[in-house]
Design a protein around this ligand. Structure first.
Ligand code: ZN
Length: 179
């Protein structure tokens, strides 16, 4: 297999609207707030974006195909479980996560105090080192559904590589070193 076939990139995007409630789940972290996000699962907008980015990178479709919102078994499901099972699936196909770059779009609540906690939680769920995860937060500048505080969105870019690539480059580096 050509070396360029050993690397894949994927993107994920998700949006959930606000509803009545007292906390949000973002990146697997519980954030106390005067409202919640509505959804069939726990509405963790960031974990859904990461899940879709990884599935896209591995060419495995999308989160809706794997965890249909029409299936009662998925009602109120913990999105960390969804992401974990997607990771198991891609790791079983010998993919490794190189890095995840994420953005949370929220006017309120303020996400920056939670960024480090979210980053560490994503690393824990996916089983990768936290330096491979980046979390950014943006507001909606008071316009659009984010700025009007109607919803929160999230995006993720994921790069994955076949374990074999690391093996091949390891041999290459070793050969260079000892030549
Ligand atoms: Zn979602």
């Amino acid at each position: 297999m050509n070396i360029i076939d050993q690397l894949r990139i994927g993107i994920g995007h998700d949006t959930h609207c606000f509803g009545l409630g007292s906390f949000l789940m973002i990146g697997g972290v519980r954030i106390e707030y005067s409202r919640c996000l509505l959804g069939h699962s726990d509405a963790d907008v960031l974990l859904h974006a990461i899940s879709d980015a990884l599935l896209g990178a591995a060419g495995l479709g999308d989160i809706g195909e794997m965890f249909a919102d029409t299936d009662p078994a998925n009602r109120n499901i913990d999105s960390a479980k969804i992401l974990k099972s997607i990771c198991e699936k891609i790791y079983a196909e010998n993919w490794m996560i190189v890095n995840l770059d994420t953005i949370i779009f929220a006017e309120k609540p303020k996400i920056s105090p939670y960024k480090e906690q979210i980053k560490n939680r994503i690393a824990e769920i996916t089983g990768i080192d936290s330096f491979r995860v980046n979390v950014k937060a943006k507001t909606g500048e008071k316009v659009g559904i984010i700025g009007r505080e109607e919803a929160i969105s999230a995006e993720c870019a994921a790069l994955i590589c076949k374990k074999k690539l690391l093996y091949i480059s390891g041999i290459f580096v070793t050969a260079l070193y000892f030549r």
